[in-house]
Ligand binder design. Structure first.
Ligand code: SAM
Length: 339
């Protein structure tokens, strides 16, 4: 038995009953009550002895307990739903004050000042003893991971401390996209954004039936370690723009999406130029492009933008929207109603 085990506590099921914590649909809450599974997720984060951990969305505290049982020095939990705070306070008492509770939104909460400064490591060093763990709702985990990819590229937020590792859950299909290699049908924007910045490990799948209430889909646990050197050394927004354009026509040849980087009057010429200079076959499909292809495309696109700064500001979708508005002003009303 570990030295760090929490004293006996009511089970998570009892906590849910005690505090009347019915899962709320609008927050996409699905709880994990099986402590074997919560332990398994936490083990995937690595050795947490003496670690400083941030858990996102602790809810009734199943994963929280597993983290506290693994010998951490401090656990910061960020939870949006106030109903969980009393149960988390109980865990704080049981862990002798090791749990810091923040009632807040992880999408806006600043993690760059959350842990002691002495934990900061050089980027090229081994990862710091700072970890992020979480079972978040699917509608939060994707925007959050994109935000954290950008933070990795800028070494800000949780990556102020160095190459902070993350162990997070995703809808199984999203987990597979994050890890998908060249030629895989799941290869997408997320695959490139994740893999140019991180070593991505698809750890295991949790069947939907393990959660209460049961979600429609299975859940994948993914572990990320930021790379010492990104595979594409260009600004995040530029990489994102190139990747997004290429994948907007996933099933077509890559030149279709790529051409949308350029205004109509220069489209043909500049698409041919970028493909030629980056040495990319125009008839490869988006899913067949390697990270090296993307790196070369980003470098050439950067050069083209350096020569003509207006290119960087060009946004095909914006142009399309304006055109639609000119032909049909009612679109504004439709869009307003839609958002
Ligand atoms: N970790 C618990 C578990 O595994 O049983 C709960 C998981 S439940 C899928 C997601 C949790 O994240 C809920 O407690 C929910 O209130 C919380 N949450 C949702 N959006 C959040 C946000 N933006 N910031 C912080 N917590 C959030």
């Amino acid at each position: 038995m570990s030295l760090y085990r929490l004293p006996p506590l009511p089970t998570i099921k009892e906590i849910i009953r005690l505090y009347n914590l019915r899962a709320q649909k609008q927050l996409s809450q699905n709880f994990l009550l099986d402590m074997k599974l919560t332990d398994k997720i936490v083990r995937k984060a690595g050795n947490l002895k003496g670690a400083y951990v941030c858990e996102v969305g602790p809810g009734p505290g199943g994963i929280t307990r597993a983290i506290l049982n693994s010998g951490v020095e401090e656990l910061l939990v960020v939870e949006k739903d106030t109903r969980f705070i009393p149960g988390l306070k109980m865990l704080n008492e049981a862990s002798f004050g090791k749990t810091r509770i923040v009632h807040g939104d992880i999408l806006t909460y600043r993690l760059d000042r959350s842990f002691p400064k002495h934990l900061k490591k050089e980027w090229e060093d081994d990862p710091p003893n700072v970890h992020i763990i979480g079972n978040l709702p699917f509608n939060v985990s994707t925007p959050l991971i994109i935000k954290w990819f950008e933070a990795i590229s800028e070494r800000t937020g949780p990556f102020y401390y160095g190459r902070t590792q993350m162990t997070l859950t995703f809808q199984q299909e999203v987990a597979e996209r994050l890890k998908a290699s060249v030629g895989n049908k799941q290869r997408s924007r997320l695959s490139i954004m994740a893999q140019y910045l991180c070593d991505v490990e698809l750890c295991f799948t949790i069947p939907g039936r393990a959660f209460v209430p049961k979600p429609e889909v299975d859940v994948g646990v993914v572990h990320f370690t930021p790379l010492k050197k990104p595979k594409i050394e260009q600004p995040f927004k530029l990489v994102e723009k190139v990747v997004q354009n290429v994948f907007q026509y996933r099933r077509k040849y890559c030149h279709h999406g790529l051409s949308m980087l350029f205004p109509e009057d220069q489209r043909k010429e500049l698409t041919n130029k970028i493909l030629k200079l980056a040495n990319v076959e125009p008839t490869l499909r988006s899913t067949e492009l390697t990270i090296k292809h993307f790196r070369d495309l980003c470098f050439v696109y950067r050069e083209l933008c350096d020569n003509d700064p207006q290119l960087l500001a060009y946004n095909f979708r914006e142009e399309l929207r304006k055109k639609k508005l000119q032909t049909n002003p009612d679109v504004i009303e439709e869009e307003k109603n839609f958002t």
